[in-house]
Design a protein around this ligand. Structure first.
Ligand SMILES: [Zn+2]
Length: 372
């Protein structure tokens, strides 16, 4: 990945943006894409739209990725100066304890730790149990309510995981043979800033390489996905897409304990094409079209399926009069935690696949997706 793109990904994933508080990552995307887009705008829920005109006004091809991340919101300050919190998005209680966070206040970002009563003081039978987040608090070093308030803390402050982007270069081996190399990114908020990143890189590639496309591409950095696909609703209403390729993380199945039938894709084996999730059955003609575009361009890819969970596409495909939709993802390990992992080669291949698909999505092709 070139340095400029990597620096953009780093800045984007490090930025502060739990669901409902996405201005910082949205601005980073806007500043990056504006020179490659014909127009940028935002909707009433804060989602960013960036348009790249092709040789025909229609069809309108929407490529959204959500820029919110899972985080927290301060619910109270107790007498000892500790903060209680509600989750913004889905968290597994077990990954929270002992983690660093940053609380955003009017006086800046305050570092803190998610903590609970120490195990030494718990009765034996309690020590083996998972501590629930209702019993946790954020310690910001205050000793009473006044000190916390003086730091700028108040009810409603948003909180994000404190986690910094980094990379690991590795040599790839498969069945005992050397198969090139890859760079693995570690960081927070890959769900789903990687999607917004891919959308931005697609528009950049179309512009820089002067690639002709018989449609209008609308990239979107949507908001509030993690709290119920809310930004997707207004984005679909504003854009009225004729076809949608939602960009997301996919749950990588190459983690001990995960069976192939639970998550079939692996990190580093190519972008994933989702054949089913609990929010959408993709348009079958679009699915076949994308698979054959990947085959023809020799872009590695994996078929995926997710029994539980959904994406922005779950809302977009039933918006307006309905919209042929598909989810293309980057297999990511350890999502909804302080740090996940994904392959930059998979990410680059997702961009390549999208560009290949966008090049071919003309009026006739898109009409064929819903013909009977
Ligand atoms: Zn998520």
């Amino acid at each position: 990945m070139d340095k400029k793109s990597l620096a953009f990904l780093e800045k984007l994933t490090n930025s502060f943006g739990p669901a409902g508080f996405e201005k910082e990552p949205t601005r980073i995307v806007r500043d990056y894409v504006k020179r490659y887009s014909d127009a940028t705008s935002t909707d009433g829920l804060g989602s960013l739209l960036f348009t790249k005109k092709g040789t025909s006004e229609t069809p309108v091809v929407l490529i959204p990725g959500h820029v919110d991340e899972v985080g927290f919101i301060v619910s109270s300050i107790n007498k000892l100066g500790y903060l209680t919190f509600n989750p913004l998005g889905g968290w597994f209680d077990q990954v929270l304890l002992g983690q660093r966070v940053k609380v955003r206040t009017s006086k800046g970002l305050i570092p803190g730790i998610i903590a609970a009563k120490p195990p030494h003081l718990l009765p034996t039978e309690e020590r083996s149990k998972v501590v629930v987040k209702d019993k946790m608090f954020i310690d910001i070093g205050a000793s009473n309510e006044e000190e916390a308030k003086e730091m700028g803390i108040r009810i409603g402050n948003p909180v994000m995981p404190d986690s910094t982007f980094s990379t690991i270069d590795k040599k790839v081996f498969s069945k005992g043979k050397r198969k090139g190399s890859d760079t693995i990114a570690i960081g927070k908020a890959f769900d789903d800033r990687i999607g917004a990143f891919i959308a931005a890189e697609v528009v950049k590639t179309l512009k820089e390489k002067r690639i002709a496309h018989p449609n209008t591409v609308v990239g979107a950095a949507t908001t509030q996905e993690e709290v119920g696909l809310r930004g997707a609703r207004t984005t679909a209403y504003v854009v009225k897409p004729d076809v949608c390729l939602t960009l997301e993380v996919d749950i990588a199945g190459d983690v001990p304990g995960i069976e192939a039938n639970e998550a079939p894709t692996k990190m580093g084996m190519g972008p994933s094409i989702t054949t089913y999730d609990s929010s959408m059955i993709p348009n079958q003609e679009l699915l076949e079209f994308v698979i054959s575009a990947a085959d023809k361009a020799k872009i590695p890819h994996q078929l995926s399926q997710m029994a539980r969970g959904g994406t922005d596409a779950g809302i977009i495909h039933i918006s307006n009069a309905g919209c042929p939709s598909l989810v293309i993802g980057v297999p990511t390990r350890h999502i909804h935690a302080h740090a996940g992992m994904l392959s930059l080669t998979d990410t680059e291949n997702a961009v390549k696949l999208l560009v290949e698909v966008v090049k071919k999505l003309d009026k006739k092709k898109v009409a064929s997706f819903t013909e009977v």
